[in-house]
Design a protein around this ligand. Structure first.
Ligand code: CO
Length: 429
């Protein structure tokens, strides 16, 4: 938990999360690859590649023939507000940030709490443009609520307009957000040629509950699964297949970007890794691979249990959740569920099953989208959390360890997609 809490605090945006995950991989002996360079891969080698600085795929190769991959997919982005290209506004003597919504957050949870700005700058240099990650690592901004005296109906449901109600104050008129960002990045403000900056919640992750059994934190969806996937890959014993962890960007806005799950990123990496290992039949390799699509799940809310299916609801600290959706927003089916639950049993990890009420459509995620590019048997999993897409979400302290154990066992298990619908499972010992 300690390492995870530090990671989440140091990862205000996908850019930072990817940089921190890359650092963990380098410390574990993984080598960086560049998409624009030729890849010289070695048997038994461990590598990672990033795209846009906000998505990452790490993989390790077997010593022998590369038959298939066992991969985990998650995402690094979270709902937030994003600064518009002309980010400055002034009103009533205040400097405001001109922001818009990125993804579907619960907007009211962003009121009256310390916020700051993070992301990246595009910096003009003699040679062209260079990107620089930036985080104004201090309490900088706040979106004040309207007092109840002017808003008597606020407790009967409040309607918020992102264009009007959600602009944060970050000082007295005259403050210059780009100058502050340039200073934090150590560059001259006149060299800032562009930016991708987000408003971020400054709250530190904290444990709560009678036994400290819960964690409240920004960005648990989906940094919990992203962190677990890298920890599991690093910690897993060598296997006879290829192992991979994919952390995509832009899941919260539909994944349809160069660095999202609806891109060529996964197939590009699978294909290049196959080529480097002299795999002749790449399609057979992909068809024989197996995916865990890992994104957090909804724990039953004690005040509104009626919103959840009576037999398919899950709770925090109850173990890894297998997610089902008959409209196929989740990839789980009877076969992939059976495979995943078998390895959880092997790992001693409890499993819970989630499905929505029939009259609630629920959310979406990325495994089904990635599967339209690289198609393979797949199961959707996650950790049960409360208040999804709140500025502060809550999850169970024991569940993170369960997820890491389940993912590690997944990599240490030989999952052979033997035929159309048959899967052979074997363990190294
Ligand atoms: Co998510």
């Amino acid at each position: 938990m300690d390492g995870f809490m530090k990671f989440i605090q140091a990862s205000p945006t996908a850019f930072h999360a990817v940089a921190n995950l890359a650092e963990m991989l380098v410390a574990a002996g993984y080598q960086a690859l560049e998409e624009r360079q030729p890849w010289r891969l070695q048997r038994g080698g461990r590598y990672y590649v990033t795209r846009n600085g906000s998505a990452l795929i790490a993989f390790r190769l077997p010593e022998g023939r590369l038959d298939h991959y066992q991969l985990v997919a998650s995402h690094a982005d979270s709902p937030a507000f994003k600064l518009k290209p002309n980010p400055k506004r002034e009103a009533q003597g205040y400097a405001l940030l001109n922001v818009e919504k990125y993804g579907g957050m619960i907007m009211s949870t962003w009121f009256d709490r310390p916020l700051s700005v993070a992301g990246r700058l595009a910096v003009r240099t003699p040679g062209g443009i260079e990107t620089k990650r930036v985080y104004l690592d201090r309490d900088l901004a706040l979106i004040p609520n309207m007092p109840i005296h002017f808003n008597r109906d606020v407790n009967d449901g409040v309607k918020l307009n992102a264009q009007v109600d959600m602009l944060p104050v970050y000082g007295a008129a005259g403050a210059d957000i780009l100058a502050l960002a340039a200073e934090a990045a150590g560059v001259a403000v006149e060299d800032v040629a562009g930016f991708d900056l987000f408003l971020v919640n400054r709250d530190a992750p904290r444990l709560w509950g009678a036994q400290g059994e819960y964690i409240a934190s920004p960005r648990l969806d989906d940094l919990e699964c992203a962190y677990a996937s890298i920890r599991a890959l690093i910690g897993a014993k060598p296997s006879a297949h290829g192992d991979m962890a994919c952390v995509f960007d832009n899941e919260e806005v539909g994944s349809g970007t160069r660095q999202g799950a609806d891109s060529t990123l996964l197939t590009d990496v699978l294909t290049r890794a196959a080529r480097g290992m002299d795999v002749e039949d790449v399609e057979a390799m992909i068809a024989g691979s197996f995916m865990l699509s890992a994104d957090n799940a909804h724990a039953v809310h004690p005040n509104h249990p009626e919103q959840y299916d009576a037999e398919n609801r899950v709770s925090m600290n109850g173990g890894v959740v297998v997610k089902f959706n008959t409209a196929q927003k989740y990839t789980s089916d009877g076969v992939s569920q059976a495979v995943f639950e078998a390895l959880c049993k092997r790992a001693g990890v409890p499993v819970q099953r989630f499905a929505n009420r029939s009259d609630i459509p629920g959310g979406s995620t990325l495994g089904n989208i990635a599967n339209t590019h690289a198609s393979m048997p797949s199961v959707d999993i996650g950790l049960a959390q409360l208040a999804m897409h709140s500025a502060n979400e809550s999850a169970g302290v024991r569940d993170l360890g369960y997820m890491i154990d389940a993912m590690r066992t997944f990599h240490e298990t030989e999952i052979e997609v033997a035929g159309d619908g048959d899967v052979r499972i074997s363990w190294a010992d």
